[in-house]
Design a protein around this ligand. Structure first.
Ligand SMILES: C[S@@+](CC[C@H](N)C(=O)[O-])C[C@H]1O[C@@H](n2cnc3c(N)ncnc32)[C@H](O)[C@@H]1O
Length: 284
């Protein structure tokens, strides 16, 4: 008798829990819909949108501390894999340098190093820099940077030529590096930088690239009116990519992938286009 009643109680609890979950979910969704309705009544300009979502170093640090880093994936980026041979590989110089701006602890760096490249990342938050080497079991050494606030973490494994500058992106200069990069792989960097810094970001990138440097840039497009709390990843439509980069590089859009469902659920967007752009710096 006791067993039957406790079974019924557990079942009731589960049903109750599920009901609470459904009611809460419905309430959240309806609040969200109301917010969205308000926004669509009052459609914002791109300038309004761009001004709202400012992120500083502290915010990024918080994201790493709280492990709210869903941009980080446990495999090499499929667009990198797909476009590498045609747009990044240099058969005459298999050890060419590849820059990974705002690198986090991206496994793309491992993939590129395994291809034989000299890989250089820059990341302002210290934790992912160490996590990168430790989680991938790569021995590394840490040195203070000269004249710049930050550190440099360097792989001690010969077949993994990876260096991460733990400093602000804008503090990394050709003088500090002693050379310029042959190519760049920009995934979740241009779209993460604050909108008011985009032109500076692009100019700075151009200053870090060797003559005839090239690269791939992933940009994103979505309906800004669907984004209640703007913030990274920022919407970077084709026209914006062109206007920011075309004074510095030839820009060629290679592909566009429509993302829907689970991949963008967390942003509360109905769609997102992930665009791959080829950049060729120092255009003649
Ligand atoms: C969206 S994450 C992308 C990480 C990586 N590119 C990837 O694909 O996994 C952006 C990263 O840029 C870093 N970041 C933001 N602003 C930066 C800056 N000014 N200089 C260097 N790193 C920065 C953040 O800490 C964060 O790790």
């Amino acid at each position: 008798m006791y067993a039957i009643s406790s079974h019924i109680c557990r079942k009731a609890e589960r049903v109750g829990g599920r009901l609470r979950y459904l009611i809460l979910g419905a309430l959240t969704r309806s609040t969200y819909r109301i917010d969205r309705l308000k926004m669509s009544e009052n459609r914002q300009t791109y300038e309004d949108y761009a001004q709202k979502g400012h992120y500083n170093h502290q915010d990024w640090s918080q994201r790493w501390q709280n492990q709210t880093t869903k941009w980080h994936v446990e495999e090499a980026n499929p667009h990198l894999v797909e476009n590498y041979e045609t747009h990044l590989q240099d058969k005459d110089n298999p050890h060419s340098s590849i820059f990974v701006p705002l690198c986090g602890k991206s496994l793309d760096m491992i993939w590129l190093a395994q291809k034989g490249h000299q890989v250089v990342g820059v990341e302002v938050v210290e934790q992912p820099c160490h996590d990168f080497f430790q989680e991938n079991k790569i021995e590394y050494k840490v040195q203070n940077l000269q004249g710049v606030e930050g550190k440099v973490l360097t792989s001690q494994v010969t077949e993994m030529n990876i260096t991460i500058y733990n400093c602000d992106y804008f503090a990394l200069t050709p003088k500090l590096l002693g050379y310029r990069f042959d190519s760049v792989w920009d995934r979740a960097a241009f779209v993460a930088i604050n909108p008011d810094l985009r032109c500076d970001y692009a100019k700075h990138l151009a200053s870090l690239m060797a003559p005839s440097g090239r690269g791939l840039l992933v940009s994103l497009n979505y309906d800004i009116n669907e984004r209640i709390h703007p913030g990274p990843p920022f919407c970077t439509p084709d026209a914006l990519v062109q206007s920011v980069f075309s004074p510095l590089a030839l820009v060629q859009k290679l592909s566009s992938t429509l993302l829907t469902g689970q991949r963008i659920e967390r942003f509360h967007l109905s769609y997102m286009d992930e665009n791959i752009n080829y950049l060729k710096f120092n255009k003649e």
